[in-house]
Design a protein around this ligand. Structure first.
Ligand SMILES: [Zn+2]
Length: 254
């Protein structure tokens, strides 16, 4: 029998940007606030964390506000980041990977295409370089040589009732995560859909490696979510309204 999982979105920082950055060919410079999250799945033999967040140094360098360490947010739901054995990485942008040092006991699950793209091709072009930190990627290579990275491809089972699915689009090997819960399947989209507007209006972000993949990814997320529609987008402050915010920054999805 599949365990009954609980899923939390943990908000650890905020940053102001503009609509033109996050919607396709959107001209508006109207303000838009990003919330930064890590996600955790409880109820199995051990917690499963999705993404590492970023470090306090990144918060300064990239002008994020209200930063609380993702490790502290995890502690508030009873998870010790330093002991977490399994961390899924949706993609290798700085805000999803640079917090890896908070998880010294983890094996990191990354799509093979994602690792290849960011450790080689992306460094050739300023367009992509700005979204990652070379030092954090160098450490990913080191962790791989220490046996602490599991390269996955396509669709992969994580634990019974938890699976990761290659989507691509926003980055070459972006993966989303699907979790069976008592309320139905929950889909953690990460940046396959930053905001609900992206997926609900089929209005993709401009930061992409493949627009067709991004568009197909919306269809795949809808398929995975099915009728229960428990879709948790990657940076939308509205997650706290659509689901149950039990404490500031701690949002219970199911
Ligand atoms: Zn992001």
């Amino acid at each position: 029998m599949t365990p009954s999982y609980e899923v939390y979105a943990l908000k650890y920082a905020e940053r102001d940007t503009t609509k033109s950055q996050f919607f396709f060919r959107e001209a508006s410079g109207d303000p838009l606030t990003l919330h930064f999250y890590v996600w955790v799945i409880l109820g199995g033999p051990h917690p499963v964390v999705l993404d590492t967040g970023f470090s306090a140094e990144d918060a300064k360098r990239r002008e994020a506000r209200n930063y609380v360490s993702p490790a502290e947010m995890l502690r508030r739901v009873g998870v010790k980041a330093e002991e977490a054995p399994l961390v899924l990485i949706s993609h290798l942008h700085w805000d999803h990977w640079d917090g890896y040092q908070l998880f010294p006991g983890a094996t990191f699950w990354v799509q093979q295409e994602e690792m290849a793209f960011w450790t080689a091709f992306a460094g050739q072009y300023a367009n992509y370089r700005q979204f990652a930190e070379a030092e954090a990627l160098a450490d990913l290579v080191r962790l791989n040589y220490k046996g602490k990275v599991r390269l996955v491809q396509g669709e992969v089972g994580v634990l019974p009732g938890i699976s990761a699915h290659w989507i691509g689009g926003h980055t070459a090997g972006l993966q989303v995560v699907s979790v069976e819960t008592a309320r139905g399947p929950v889909v953690l989209t990460s940046d396959a859909s930053h905001f609900y507007r992206n997926i609900e209006r089929r209005d993709p972000v401009q930061i992409i490696t493949s627009l067709p993949q991004m568009l197909r990814g919306f269809d795949r997320i809808d398929e995975l979510a099915g009728a229960s529609r428990l879709v948790v987008t990657g940076h939308d402050p509205e997650v706290a309204k659509r689901f149950d915010q039990v404490e500031p920054g701690i949002i219970k999805i199911a």
